[in-house]
Design a protein. Structure first.
Length: 84
């Protein structure tokens, strides 16, 4: 018997952007075992954050060898993402 989908309203606009950002932040934070607020390329790779790994040098505009969540957001905004 097929399961009937729940009668929910799809998340849209600002609420959707907030939800996406929250999930990205959760993934970023879970990849940061020392709770430093930064990730190395190796930490991102180990956590399966392939997008961050692939674009690490472009995200790391400070050439610090680590990226902050704000760096990732800024990179995504430059690529057209509408994040807060």
């Amino acid at each position: 018997m097929a399961r009937k989908p729940a009668n929910t309203v799809p998340t849209r606009d600002a609420a959707l952007r907030a939800q996406v950002e929250r999930k990205l932040k959760e993934r970023f934070d879970s990849a940061d075992p020392g709770r430093t607020g930064t990730l190395t390329r190796e930490q991102a790779n180990k956590a399966g954050l392939g997008f961050v790994v692939k674009h690490f040098d472009a995200i790391d505009q400070r050439n610090a060898g680590v990226v902050r969540f704000e760096d990732v957001k800024q990179f995504l905004r430059k690529r057209g993402a509408q994040l807060d």
